[in-house]
Design a protein around this ligand. Structure first.
Ligand code: GAR
Length: 200
């Protein structure tokens, strides 16, 4: 087998893919020296993230249906993927899947875990819950994925202010721009560097 000089990264998406775009932009800018975005997998063929991947020249595949994980594992093995990044990926992966990749799956979540996380907290719902509760500070978290939804070891967090008159949509945009899009590419690079250094 060829020894790849960079960690090969697969990004899993379900929707707009702005986090994917943030990672692709940093790679393009030469700011991810230890990571190569080698594959994008979507759980929906309508995900705009697929277009972003194609524009960046990255292989993009949609996998749907019952045998989703089986097909995903086969593809990850075929493409020799080292690191899996969940970037707005809204399918819950099984405990069996997660156990195959200890400290090799990252997720970005749009709140300061352990607030507003776990089953049912995804996308806009997270920001609706934060506004309903009345918190004055929210943010984003990047963490390793384990069998507990949003329960794996925290890698990075960044706080973002809630402002008077925020709607869930406005807050979501601010959290993405000020926290997620900064934290996630940095975490990808940090974990990728660790993978490459362990090989040496
Ligand atoms: C992001 O805010 C991400 O944190 C969230 O979905 C959005 C996807 O946006 N993920 C979750 O809520 C996971 N629990 P994107 O497709 O534009 O990156």
């Amino acid at each position: 087998m060829i020894e790849h000089p960079k960690a090969r990264v697969a990004v899993l998406i379900s929707g707009g893919g702005t986090n994917l775009q943030a990672i692709l932009d940093k790679e393009q800018a030469g700011e991810l020296p230890h990571a190569e975005i080698a594959l994008v997998v979507s759980s929906s063929e309508k995900a705009y993230g697929l277009v972003r991947a194609e524009k960046a020249g990255v292989e993009a595949v949609t996998i749907r249906g019952k045998d989703f994980e089986e097909r995903l594992i086969a593809l990850l093995e075929e493409r020799e993927i080292d690191l899996i990044v969940l970037a707005g990926f809204l399918k819950i992966l099984s405990a069996d899947f997660v156990r195959r990749y200890p400290k090799r799956i990252l997720n970005v979540h749009p709140s300061l875990i352990p607030s507003f996380c776990g089953d049912g907290f995804y996308g806009l719902h997270v920001h609706e819950a934060a506004l309903e509760y009345g918190v004055k500070v929210t943010g984003a978290t990047v963490h390793f994925v384990n069998e507990v939804t949003d329960g794996g070891e925290i890698i990075a967090q960044k706080a973002v202010a809630v402002e008077e008159g925020d709607t869930p949509e406005v807050l979501q945009q601010r959290v993405m721009k000020e926290a997620e899009h900064i934290l996630l590419p940095q975490a990808v690079e940090d974990v990728a560097r660790d993978i490459v250094e362990r090989r040496a």
